[in-house]
Design a protein around this ligand. Structure first.
Ligand code: S3P
Length: 175
């Protein structure tokens, strides 16, 4: 299934630790496509890491850069696109995602439990929103965002205990 050739073949959404970036790589390799992720695009634009942007410029600035990255990637990228965990919260990004989906685009929600997300995230300094009490913060983010992930998704895969390659296989079967 495919939207126009200038649209991503598939978009991955979900919380930190759901495996978005590694599944994007696995799918891209399988399908011989490019993979891209909005955190990476934001870091390239800003010339610094996501964590540095949060510290130096604040979350609102990060979210503005992220919105530009999402809208641009949805318009230009024709491979597999992974979004940052919070990218679905911005209204303009959400509208762009809905338009992509309504034009036939595939949005996959990678669902995961805290127990399986925790070791993947590692809860280190690279995720500024999860400092303090990382497990509680992660669960609060997930509870607040789950309805948004679910409302956007055309397909949901629970990635608990699955390797990226297994998730990629499952997505391919479901398409
Ligand atoms: C965020 C998730 C991160 C990154 C930033 C904010 C979030 O991406 O965009 O730290 O709000 O959930 P990952 O989902 O790839 O960890």
């Amino acid at each position: 299934p495919a939207a126009a050739s200038t649209a991503p073949r598939l978009v991955l959404v979900g919380p930190p630790g759901s495996g978005k970036s590694s599944v994007a790589l696995a799918l891209a390799e399988r399908w011989q496509l490019a993979s891209r992720d909005t955190d990476g695009d934001v870091e390239t634009t800003a010339g610094k890491t996501v964590a540095e942007i949060f510290v130096d410029d604040g979350e609102p600035h990060f979210r503005a850069l992220e919105r530009d990255a999402v809208v641009t990637a949805l318009a230009e990228h024709d491979g597999v696109l992974a979004l940052g965990g919070g990218a679905v919260l911005d209204p303009a990004s959400r509208a762009a995602l809905e338009a992509y989906r309504d034009a036939g685009g595939v949005i996959v929600f990678l669902d995961v439990s805290l127990a399986h997300a925790a070791p993947r995230v590692g809860f280190n300094q690279s995720r500024p929103l999860l400092l303090g009490n990382p497990r509680a913060q992660w669960q609060a983010l997930m509870d607040a965002r789950r309805p948004v992930y679910e409302s956007l998704a055309t397909l949901t895969v629970v990635t608990d205990a699955l390797r990226p390659i297994d998730v990629a296989e499952r997505i391919e079967q479901e398409l």
